[in-house]
Design a protein around this ligand. Structure first.
Ligand SMILES: [Zn+2]
Length: 124
């Protein structure tokens, strides 16, 4: 990864605001996050929110889930199950994953995975 350029105070403030808004929202699209920030009195532009989110995705502080027609952003966590029909996103049960790893004595070094498919409501 290329060395990061020194960031201005305004850029650092944007980072903080975007992360805080995402923490409150749980998950959000760029537009939803932008609306949230504007509603809280932050006059930030949509392109700034977009740029900041993508920078945070690049450095691993924010996770991007691509759905048909839009992308949803959330803070990093465990494995995700994503329904490509209705956009439902569920975190995979961790206990089962931990047990499976213990049974075969294997410790994964990879990042959490995102599984795309259909939820039970959308026809499996
Ligand atoms: Zn679904």
């Amino acid at each position: 990864m290329a060395a990061a350029l020194p960031r201005t105070r305004a850029q650092r403030r944007h980072t903080e605001c975007v992360l805080r808004a995402l923490e409150t929202a749980g998950r959000a699209t760029v537009q939803e996050l932008h609306r949230r920030l504007r509603d809280s009195g932050d006059p930030v532009g949509l392109s700034t929110v977009y740029r900041e989110l993508h920078r945070l995705v690049d450095v691993g502080c924010v996770r991007e889930v691509v759905l048909p027609g839009e992308a949803v952003y959330l803070l990093p966590g465990g494995d995700l199950l994503v329904c490509d029909v209705c956009g439902r996103i569920e975190e995979a049960p961790r206990r089962r994953r931990t047990t499976a790893r213990e049974e075969i004595e294997f410790f994964a070094r990879t990042d959490p995975i995102t599984l795309h498919g259909r939820c039970v409501r959308c026809g499996g």
